[in-house]
Design a binder for this molecule. Structure first.
Ligand SMILES: Cc1cc2nc3c(=O)[nH]c(=O)nc-3n(C[C@H](O)[C@H](O)[C@H](O)COP(=O)(O)OP(=O)(O)OC[C@H]3O[C@@H](n4cnc5c(N)ncnc54)[C@H](O)[C@@H]3O)c2cc1C
Length: 458
């Protein structure tokens, strides 16, 4: 990176000033003389959920890999957030994990989690990006189309939200980070380009989240995570947040979904396979009303497979691939894609799309396969259940049994889900023998308490 600013040339525009767009802008600021980020939302300098990023009402987990990249892009970020009340924790030792209603064995580990509300994280990253001398963030500014250029895209057409004249922003590179509502596919078609293939998985997932005020001694844990499983399809998360708060989500799928009615919300939590979250909720004081969010279909767009692609245009973040959020991957994948963009830019701006999309596809492959594979455990979710997926899910179920007693197995699992180690590491001889070690029948059978009924996990 040309630290002094020498060698930076041209102008780049980023559509979307949320996590993916901000991380992209940070990377682009190394290469371009000027970077403009446009967002149609009102971006005010406060740690509050925004209208166009409604997921800010729900707790967000930051995976270890994402935390490392954020600290590399913004040195000291974690420490600054901790000073504002965020919690840095040992992911294995300080968080309570239940997978298939089995408690993953806590033990000191090298995995670090950052427990913070999504709005504070976004506000802080935005203020760091806004402080870069060659970056401008324009709020209430909506991208409405791409400008055609010689063999590709030459900029973005924008409109001020609330009225005003349209404006054309010429750019050597346009980065689309417009998230789930992205219209980039339509814009590309308007320019005469093909439409990327899409892979879709609809889990019918519903989140309901509520904020609570913490009280002294409420819990030893930094977070409590109850993953949903086929035996107990209800799940929940409780994470600490700055300002002495807890953010608590309950989630369900298909016919068994939570409601935003406060009493029903609590009853749903009571039906979670593990009582910890309901118990915590009972001991805390709610701050606001529960908020419901239906989670849209997970979509992966295969831009890397397009035969003809415009020069000067790349797509990342949720606009490229939106995940089932219950696996906590979106922000970390956006961070990994920003790093991939930096790598693609090493070869110059020319041909950057051709270099970026295959790199981004590699970033997305593992988390997408993990999320889709886990979704396909549930019979109501449509999708191809290959032998590989079935075997993998059977193995992971067995791994959760082993992880209840064996912290080494639990650590290997968390390393993979935190995108620190590749999935193959779960099949190393060291882990395989521990997972497949015979266990007494009483240990293999999960007795999952749902309310007062005992349910057996087949
Ligand atoms: C309920 C829920 C829970 C989640 N939990 C987690 C979690 O635990 N961990 C995790 O890592 N991820 C989680 N995610 C995913 C995470 O929120 C996203 O992956 C992350 O925010 C990156 O998204 P993004 O920046 O690509 O898009 P978004 O955050 O959706 O932002 C897109 C931005 O683009 C702007 N925009 C859109 N169109 C235009 C336009 N035409 N012109 C100008 N601006 C435009 C919008 O205003 C918005 O600011 C969750 C998501 C949901 C829905």
């Amino acid at each position: 990176m040309p630290e002094s600013g020498q060698g930076r040339r041209g102008h780049a525009v980023v559509i979307g000033g949320s996590i993916a767009g901000l991380l992209a802008a940070r990377v682009l600021s190394e290469e371009f003389a000027r970077v403009t980020v446009v967002d149609r939302d009102e971006l005010v300098d406060e740690a509050a959920p925004r209208r166009r990023a409604p997921q800010g009402h729900h707790p967000h987990g930051m995976l270890d890999r994402g935390r490392v990249i954020l600290n590399e892009l913004f040195p000291g970020l974690t420490a600054e957030l901790v000073a504002l009340g965020a919690v840095e924790c040992d992911t294995q030792n300080d968080c309570v994990w239940h997978n298939d209603a089995r408690r993953l064995h806590p033990a000191p580990s090298e995995l670090r989690g950052l427990v913070v509300s999504r709005p504070l994280l976004e506000q802080h990253v935005r203020s760091r990006v806004a402080a870069l001398p060659n970056v401008e963030i324009r709020s209430r500014c909506e991208a409405v189309g791409l400008l055609p250029g010689d063999g590709g895209v030459s900029g973005v057409k924008v409109l001020p939200v609330g009225g005003g004249e349209p404006e054309e922003l010429a750019a050597g590179l346009v980065v689309n980070a417009a998230g789930r509502g992205d219209r980039g596919v339509v814009w590309l078609r308007e320019l005469g380009y093909g439409v990327p293939e899409e892979e879709r998985v609809d889990s019918g997932l519903v989140y309901v989240s509520r904020e609570y005020r913490g009280r002294p001694g409420d819990s030893e844990a930094a977070a409590i995570l109850i993953a949903h499983s086929t035996a107990a399809p209800r799940g929940g998360f409780a994470i600490r947040a700055e300002g002495n708060r807890w953010l608590i989500t309950v989630l369900g799928m298909g016919d068994d979904i939570p409601s935003a009615d406060p009493d029903e919300y609590e009853r749903f939590a009571e039906g979670l396979p593990i009582p910890d979250i309901h118990r915590l909720m009972q001991s805390l004081e709610p701050i606001g009303a529960p908020r419901l969010m239906r989670i849209p279909t997970s979509i992966r767009r295969r831009y890397e497979r397009l035969r003809r692609f415009p020069e000067g245009y790349v797509v990342l973040g949720d606009a490229l691939c939106q995940f089932n959020p219950s696996y906590g991957q979106g922000m970390t994948v956006a961070a990994c894609e920003a790093v991939a963009l930096r790598e693609a830019l090493r070869g110059g701006v020319e041909g950057v799309a051709r270099r970026f999309f295959p790199l981004a596809a590699k970033v997305v492959d593992v988390p997408w396969d993990m999320a889709v594979g886990a979704d396909l455990r549930f019979p109501h979710i449509e999708g191809r259940r290959t032998l590989r997926v079935k075997l993998l899910n059977a193995y992971i179920a067995r791994l959760h049994v082993a992880a209840e007693a064996d912290p080494v197995v639990g650590n290997a699992f968390l390393q993979v889900t935190n995108l620190v180690a590749p999935p193959q590491s779960l099949f190393s001889p060291r882990i395989l023998t521990r997972v497949l070690r015979p266990r007494p029948a009483a240990v293999r059978e999960a007795r999952v308490l749902v309310g007062t009924a005992a349910v057996r996990d087949e």
